[in-house]
Design a protein around this ligand. Structure first.
Ligand SMILES: [Zn+2]
Length: 606
């Protein structure tokens, strides 16, 4: 009994140490610890079959530590990124259950007297587990690039010839020899330790029954935890993306469009910047009347005549991918065009002679963001600050130097910048210095379900305000931009702490900020557009019409344009009662300012 307890405590100590050494942003969520605790009794039962516990603990302790730390250490030290505790725990949970299955496999094969074959099998499986981490390191060693779903997509798309030359140029012959020798040494060492392990056989019927049941349970645990691991994520995200890409290429027959700049526009250096906010609800912006001054910069700017703050903008859905698939393409709730049949803003802008740039602080290949990734791929240049990696936390400020980095590019330019904004978890969205609203007991948080979350949300709005001021500075000073358009993809239900879950829909998730800046030179050249926009500050609008509105502002003439959906056009005809959200299933006119109205109407979205 004490043996079991001792082994369990020792291993938990190791797991705790690994977690604390690798993590920068700790999690309070129990869910990821769950699998580790499930696995603990199974592990203790398994280890009891080794008379020499120390050797087995050293073997599996090393395996666990080496298998779980390669990627976090690379991100931490090579990339200087801050690592999420959730990510580390998922890796540990998988490594721990994998080790347990390996021990059961050793006990079972020993019981069945498989001898040498069993040692070889276990050695190869352990080696395969370690090889994943080794591949991360080797891949990093090539040119400092980290393996991610994005790089896997590139690898899949590489043809044989390119692949061979990639491998050839990656390391020199002596380096390859050293790597192979190292790998051979690793296999021999694992084999030697495995062969030296003494293993008991189950004696009583009870022992045998427990052994078999525990083996099944630990296989189940390993499979469940594998689906949370970094490796699985990388593989599944990249394959889902490739499938979507294939579908897109097969179905997108109609991407022909004519596009050109209208004659009265200046011939060169037209620069437009589109900034997409994330989970920003209008109700929490000082500039829109929130009592807490969360947006000092925007409040100041909105007093100026070159700044147009629109009062009645709504999102066309509450999920990023649904919104952006419509906002950045022809497709809208009102024209029923399918995503696959629609041209994107980037395609049209390119046809009209713009160089296009897509900068994002989001992971590219999450299963949910694929339409956005497909759109982003059309840009001449696309930059992902998070490198497609969900393990790390990058602040939006990392986009700023990237945005400023194209100042020597000549010609017309369109930038699309996708911020991480106020995406949940709010507290991870801003650096320490922006933690200004922490008085959680005041009037602003009175009716909030989770006052501390509301304060963190407001901090993230405050930080985004700072980021937007910097983007404005770069856009106007470095690029002399003609226009900046900002809108949020959707909002969040902050007070009732429902994030932007479609099943918990409320209009608080769809009321979004929307503003446009127009440079003085632009306003002088296009007084009509400017005046029409000024007249529409209180017009109702949904952000799936951003596509046509931006084409209107950019003065692009194309056969893929609908003036009725262009806020800057005289033909814009949408009234509040015409507008829809949630992919056309909810009428905006039903927003009477109450937040809870749709809370119990989940069946609409089932
Ligand atoms: Zn979003």
């Amino acid at each position: 009994m004490y043996e079991y307890l001792g082994v369990a405590i020792l291993f938990m100590l190791l797991i705790g140490t690994l977690y604390f050494l690798l993590t920068d942003i700790y999690t309070k969520r129990w869910v990821h610890w769950r699998y580790i605790f499930y696995n603990l009794p199974l592990f203790s039962i398994a280890v009891a079959y080794f008379p020499n516990k120390l050797t087995s603990l050293i073997l599996y302790g090393t395996l666990l530590a080496a298998g779980t730390s390669a990627m976090p250490l690379l991100l931490k030290f090579a990339r200087k990124n801050r690592i999420f505790g959730d990510y580390v725990l998922k890796e540990i949970a998988f490594g721990f259950s994998f080790c347990t299955v390996m021990i059961f496999l050793q006990v079972l094969t020993n019981w069945l007297s498989l001898g040498l074959a069993a040692v070889i099998l276990v050695t190869l499986l352990q080696f395969a587990y370690l090889l994943v981490g080794i591949i991360y390191l080797l891949y990093y060693g090539i040119d400092g690039d980290l393996l991610s779903s994005t790089s896997l997509v590139v690898l899949y798309q590489t043809n044989k010839k390119e692949a061979i030359s990639f491998v050839k140029n990656a390391y020199s012959v002596p380096q390859y020899c050293l790597i192979i020798l190292g790998l051979i040494f690793l296999v021999i060492a694992l084999f030697a330790v495995n062969a030296s392990l003494l293993i008991k056989a189950p004696v009583t019927m009870m022992d045998k029954a427990v052994l078999i049941a525990a083996t099944f349970l630990s296989v189940f645990n390993t499979w469940s935890t594998f689906k949370g691991s970094c490796l699985w994520n990388m593989i599944s995200e990249s394959t889902v993306y490739l499938k979507a890409l294939k579908y897109w290429q097969l179905h997108k027959k109609d991407d022909n469009c004519s596009a050109a700049l209208k004659p009265q526009t200046k011939q060169n250096n037209n620069v437009f910047v589109v900034v997409i906010g994330e989970s920003q609800t209008k109700d929490h912006l000082g500039a829109y009347g929130y009592q807490r001054e969360t947006t000092p910069w925007l409040s100041e700017m909105s007093k100026r005549e070159d700044f147009l703050l629109f009062q009645n903008a709504y999102s066309c859905h509450v999920l990023t991918m649904y919104v952006l698939a419509k906002a950045l393409t022809e497709s809208s709730q009102y024209n029923n065009k399918r995503f696959a049949d629609s041209v994107s803003l980037l395609e049209v802008a390119k046809k009209a002679g713009f160089k296009t740039f897509f900068l994002s602080n989001h992971e590219k290949h999450t299963t949910f963001a694929n339409p956005v990734a497909l759109i982003a791929d059309e840009a001449d240049s696309s930059i992902l600050t998070s490198d497609g990696n969900q393990a790390i936390n990058t602040y939006d400020e990392e986009l700023l130097p990237q945005f400023a980095g194209f100042k020597d590019e000549p010609g017309n330019k369109l930038f699309i910048i996708h911020l991480k904004g106020s995406h949940f978890e709010y507290k991870d969205r801003y650096p320490e210095g922006f933690n200004v609203f922490d008085g959680c007991q005041d009037i602003y948080t009175e009716d909030a379900k989770r006052p501390e979350k509301l304060c963190q949300y407001d901090n993230s709005i405050f930080y985004t305000d700072y980021i937007l001021s910097k983007i404005y500075e770069i856009a106007t000073k470095t690029y002399q931009a003609d226009g900046i358009v900002y809108f949020s993809d959707h909002g969040d239900a902050v007070k009732r702490d429902q994030k932007h879950t479609p099943g918990m829909f409320g209009f608080d998730m769809t009321r979004v900020p929307f503003w446009i800046y127009l440079g003085s030179d632009y306003r002088a050249r296009h007084p009509q557009i400017t005046n029409r926009l000024k007249e529409k500050l209180s017009s109702c609008f949904t952000n799936d019409m951003i596509y046509d509105t931006i084409l209107g502002i950019m003065n692009i003439e194309t056969d893929r344009y609908d003036a009725c959906q262009d806020l800057s056009s005289a033909e814009y005809a949408f009234k509040r009662e015409d507008l829809l959200t949630m992919n056309g299933t909810v009428r905006i006119v039903e927003d009477n300012g109450e937040m809870q109205k749709y809370q119990n109407k989940q069946e609409i979205f089932a």
